[in-house]
Design a protein around this ligand. Structure first.
Ligand code: FAD
Length: 377
């Protein structure tokens, strides 16, 4: 039983690959159109919280991810400026995926992307790289698509999983303003000092946050969060110099990490942004998931987790129904919207407290989100 026989997924990131895998496993004929020429993802790291890990298990990729990633038990807080980088707290991670799953995993993004797309291929998903949709026309029974390579197709459903600046969303003429939060983040992929076994963060000093998270036996990604500013004019060597300079107030493992930062190719800068689309997340037979409908600062590291949950819930609802209709897709958004909103609001609240140099009741907020994300999506 399934409400759909043929599905086109637009975008082969976390959300799109996950939805494609689950539907193909259920016998649905799935095509995935990815605008980039191959499996790529920004060369940095990602933290997968327990509720993301739960979906990775559902996708059948958990063991592969465990083999490549790094399981962390908690968050170490250290003091800025202190030459010894004194540990001021250790906060154990909440096992939001369940007691039998890692509470949190760090991974190299390209490794996660490769694992997901490889699994999609094995599930029988037809992967179409360097392609996107040019025209969408739908009637009561299906969606006609013309692709940029000139080919055409007709599908029961189109899933737009093409990220923050979703082209599918714009083709549906859905207005959604993506706003800057006021912070910018430097991310650096670097070797892991042996002593770093968990995420470690320094709050305060010249950056709002300075920290690092292991992504594997030999690697980690380091982050430095500053006021959002135009960094596009910096040359490669200037980026290296700036990142090293910004990290100088932080010691302990930062001293070794800083020395290893020499290659500008390992450094990325981006602003924190936010948007959340009102209900519903579909128009006719085209539905949007992941960053295409919600994005927030990664202060709780939940964006990817929510994208994976979207894919899991949508696939479950499509597979469990006989008919695709407005009611089914409306029920999908209803099931997702409030949970996503709680995560977006909490992530924004944390960013705002940091911007205002306000203490805020961080433990209560984090406890609330941990309790929420521990519930099934
Ligand atoms: C600085 C930063 C740090 C973050 N850290 C974390 C973290 O630690 N943990 C976490 O869970 N989340 C984190 N996130 C959020 C997370 O990265 C996103 O929520 C997640 O990647 C969303 O997945 P997605 O599949 O919806 O979108 P994306 O991952 O953006 O994937 C979209 C895909 O669509 C493709 N595409 C784009 N346009 C088209 C088109 N027209 N046609 C076809 N394909 C197209 C893209 O090439 C891409 O492959 C972070 C975000 C930022 C900005």
């Amino acid at each position: 039983m399934s409400a759909v026989n043929t599905v086109l997924v637009v975008g082969g990131g976390t959300a799109g690959a996950a939805a494609a895998i689950l539907l193909a496993d259920a016998g649905v004929s799935v095509e995935l159109a990815e605008i980039k020429p191959d499996v790529t993802a920004l060369g940095s790291g990602i933290t997968l919280q327990g509720n993301a890990v739960r979906v990775l298990r559902e996708l059948g990729v958990l063991e592969e991810c465990r083999a490549e990633g790094w399981e962390a038990e908690g968050l170490v807080l250290r003091a800025p400026f202190d030459p010894e980088a004194k540990v001021v707290a250790f906060l154990p991670n909440h096992r939001s995926g369940g007691p039998d799953l890692p509470s949190s995993m760090g991974m190299y993004r390209p490794a996660l992307a490769r694992i997901l797309v490889g699994r999609a291929e094995r599930a029988g998903v037809k992967l179409r790289f360097s392609t996107t949709i040019q025209e969408l026309e739908q009637d009561d029974d299906g969606v006609d698509v013309r692709f940029t390579d000139g080919s055409t197709g007709r599908y029961d459903l189109v899933i737009g999983a093409d990220g923050v600046r979703s082209w599918t969303r714009r083709m549906l003429q859905i207005p959604l303003e993506t706003r800057s939060v006021g912070m910018g983040i430097w991310r650096v992929f670097a070797p892991r000092p042996a002593e770093v076994e968990n995420s470690e963060f320094f709050y305060g000093g010249p950056c709002y946050i300075a920290g690092y998270t292991p992504t594997g036996q030999d690697s980690l990604y380091a982050v430095l969060v500053e006021d959002a500013q135009d960094r596009t004019t910096l040359g490669p060597e200037e980026k290296v110099a700036l990142v090293r300079q910004l990290s100088e107030a932080y010691h302990g493992p930062w001293d070794e990490i800083r020395e290893s930062i020499t290659d500008p190719e390992t450094i990325h800068y981006t602003w924190f942004e936010e948007h959340l689309l009102d209900e519903p997340w579909h128009r006719g037979r085209v539905v949007l998931i992941g960053d295409a409908v919600h994005t927030c600062p990664p202060t709780l590291a939940q964006g990817g987790a929510q994208a994976l949950e979207d894919a899991s819930v949508l696939a479950e609802m499509l597979i469990g129904a006989d008919t695709l209709d407005d009611e089914l897709l409306t029920a999908f958004t209803t099931r997702r919207h409030d949970r996503v909103q709680a995560v977006v609001d909490a992530s924004l609240q944390l960013a705002r407290w940091q911007l205002a140099h306000e203490q805020g009741d961080v433990p209560a907020l984090m406890g609330r989100i941990a309790a929420l994300t521990s519930q099934p999506a």
